[in-house]
Design a protein around this ligand. Structure first.
Ligand code: TXA
Ligand code: MG
Length: 322
């Protein structure tokens, strides 16, 4: 079983950084979701991430850095990267760049590009710096399932397969980082997150948002069904009335609090305060809880598709049963 240690404790950071250097796996917090990390330069260690997650080998990993200077260890940054980094790192922005040849192919699934980011979590950066190597990490969940936003989520699903989970409390943002490709022209957002296209345009000019299945060749891991609960989920269209779906063995997931719905076995609200950032922070924990109830169906209301709502709707669409 995994040992769960507080990442705020320097001796826990040292112990687990040593484990990374020895080729072990350590799950760690970030501001978005928890990651499952290994030394990016140790292909055997990285292979164990794929085994633990049962992740297909065509799906490349994100390399986590402690500071901007580490970028050149794995990637070939251009002038735009420094400007983006000054503005958005540490933070929930992953940038796709050309990779350096010595970075093992297993990290990038054989692509000639690599995804990099610096997490906005001070203890995590202190830990990454103690590791002394770039840390390759996907989200710390079984492949295809909802990402973990607490140490307990990681432990429940992967605890038997890994040695350590570093606990940094609930993830503040709650949805995975924005993925921006700088190798495509114009720059393209391959996965929406907390950093929006309109945040990037002042620095990059034109930025396109890739949607649906057009991104498969560019982001091989972005499957149409992903971030998915085991219980089938129906996503309502904006304004669609949930009451038509009411059943005692179904749960309703609303955006804002609602008093006017009856007939569901369970009703849960994503944003008691009506704010999109609250909805994002709670999304995966709420989906996990509803999924654990053994119901036959989850029915989710749409959230407003603006700001962080774009990322929330992306995850809900991929969770929904076609
Ligand atoms: O917020 C996050 O990004 C979290 C935390 C742990 O950092 N990580 C995360 O990793 O969500 P993961 O592996 O679950 O999602 C990474 C996504 C995958 O869809 C993968 O296909 C894409 O990034 N990706 C990685 N490298 C890529 C590359 N070179 N080109 C295109 N897409 C890439
Ligand atoms: Mg993931």
């Amino acid at each position: 079983m995994a040992r769960i240690l507080p990442i705020s404790d320097p001796s826990a950071r040292t112990e687990t950084a040593e484990h990374i250097k020895r080729g072990g796996l350590v799950a760690f917090p970030t501001e978005t979701v928890y990651g499952l990390g290994a030394d990016a330069f140790n292909p055997d260690a990285v292979a164990r991430i794929f085994e633990a997650k049962e992740r297909p080998s065509f799906d490349p990993l994100i390399v986590h850095l402690s500071d901007i200077a580490q970028t050149v260890l794995v990637a070939e940054p251009d002038a735009r990267v420094l400007r983006l980094a000054q503005r958005f790192w540490p933070g929930p922005l992953t940038i796709i760049l050309h990779k350096r040849d010595h970075l093992p192919d297993i990290v990038t699934a054989g692509l000639d590009t690599v995804a990099v980011r610096i997490p906005d979590h001070a203890d995590t950066r202190a830990w990454l710096s103690a590791c002394g190597v770039p840390v390759a990490a996907p989200s710390a969940n079984p492949f295809g399932y909802v990402s973990p936003t607490t140490a307990a989520h990681v432990d429940e699903q992967l605890g038997a397969k890994i040695d350590y989970v570093l606990d940094g409390g609930p993830a503040r943002v709650g949805v995975e980082s924005t993925i921006l490709s700088l190798v495509s022209d114009p720059p393209a957002i391959l996965r929406p997150g907390a950093i929006l296209a309109e945040d990037l345009r002042p620095i990059l000019g034109k930025v396109v948002l890739c949607a649906g299945s057009d991104i498969r060749p560019q982001a091989p891991g972005r499957l149409e069904r992903h971030y998915a609960t085991r219980t089938p989920l129906v996503l309502l269209a904006p304004g669609e009335d949930a009451r038509a779906h009411a059943k005692p063995d179904a749960a309703l997931l609303t955006f804002k609090p609602r008093q006017d719905v009856a007939g569901f076995g369970e009703v849960e609200c994503l944003a008691p305060d009506g704010l999109l950032n609250t909805a994002a922070a709670r999304l995966f924990a709420v989906l996990r809880r509803l999924d654990s109830l053994g119901l036959s169906r989850l029915v989710a209301e749409s959230v407003p598709e603006q700001g962080l709502g774009i990322a929330i709707m992306d995850r809900l669409r991929r969770c929904a049963t076609p």
